[in-house]
Design a protein around this ligand. Sequence first.
Ligand code: HEM
Length: 475
Amino acid sequence: TTHLRRKKLPPGPLPLPIIGSIHLLGKLPHRVLRNLSLKYGPIMSIRLGNVETVVLSSPDSARLFLGTHDANFSSRPQIQASEHLSYGAKGMAYTPYGPYWRSMRKLCTVELLSVAKINDSRGMRREEIGVIMKEIGECVTRNEVVNLSETVGRLIENMTFRMLFGRTGYEGADFRSLANEGSEVIGAFNLGDYVPMLAPLDLQGSTRRIKSLSKKYDEMIESLINKREQDRSLQGLIQWILLIYYCHNSDKPNDPSHGIDRKGTKAILLDMIVGAIDASTTSTEWVLSLLIKHPRVMKKLQQELSDVVGNKREVDETHLTKLSYLHMVIKETFRLYPAAPLLVPRESINDIVINGYHIPKKTLVLVNFWAFGRDSKVWSKNCNEFLPERFLDKDVDFRGHDFELIPFGTGRRGCPGMNLGLINVGLIVSQLVHSFNWDLPSGMSPVELDMTEKFGLSMPRAKPLVAIPTYRLYE
Ligand code: HEM
């Protein structure tokens, strides 16, 4: 009997032969998995093709797996998208746990995304926001609507480009569509990853799509790296990556031994591009949507901006820590519209027994963080309401310690770009609503604003957010 008990999987739907339960997932898997969890519980097993999968749908279950047993759940599944796009797991985000991942992670946290490096690019962010503010000002004069999704996406793309390559874009270097498409193919449940016998048929056309995207990426990034090699005066994070790459490949005694080669260089750049553009854009888009949909909250935030920043000045990064209501608005947005609804998938390293359930090694672990926010046991009966004030008397932070709110994940694999992401979102949102008032077009009332989402590695709006700006400050 002990043997039987040790082999007991968590409860879940009965799998079909060959495909398991993959057919259930549909277009919005976070919603489907949440409904299944209401039936089977917060630790649920579901077989996707050949792949044993555990879905965690409550903060307590996430604490158990990613807190208590973080070490055992710190790997990532190997999927076709990362195989092709990351040159065979040469980056960080989709690289299995081990020494290579650890040195990539160190490279990112120490050399690229440290507080000092982020502060170095402060002036650049101010300039890029200035460009967009001027552009929106022209729309005010001409009485035009602004496609906020597109505008925010372009702004974050420009900031990312400059951060990495020290200048604004080059002809043909389209980071944004790379990030969007990357998020789609990486997030998709690609049949070939789960049912290997069907992989050669490529029934959904995913493999073809992934291969063509990776070819496009490789051409683009090769040309960018070549340009940098020809013009050493260009700054940006690329200089640090290349420095380490040259050291490693030239027997220098001071080799920082990150073990990075040309492919690794390109793979880590891809992680930075997709990570920086996709999640920050999606988050900003949802914050703005929720503010426009809830005029009371918008007014209160604008009042805070008037009080802290003053009506004769632009928002500066140093203001951000003083904007406590903005902080609550962002938390509340992450709770209801997380940029990554299932976070980024994990994979177990060894067999383990948790709560009497047997979790075999190489089990795929999905954290349905989207479901946490919709759980009245966690957030009380008003969990579906957008109410930033709930954080006044609930001391919950989003940095990975409080499992109710883990939009950036947690533990060894938690997001290394969190500080940068928060600055991007906070700065853009506050500057946009400090300078302008926003109304919906065609006399649409705020309650009518459509909030439908799309699924991918990230969860953007299904339809772009468009609104009409008017000056708030200088009139
Ligand atoms: C609002 C913005 C962002 C959100 C919501 C977000 C969210 C996440 C989440 C949920 C994970 C998975 C964590 C886990 O498995 O526990 C992650 C990982 C990651 N993020 Fe972010 N992210 C954001 C911004 C950024 C930025 C700006 C960058 C880089 C410039 C970045 C780079 C990465 C990388 C490389 C990983 C993989 C880490 C690893 O596997 O070791 N992210 N992010």
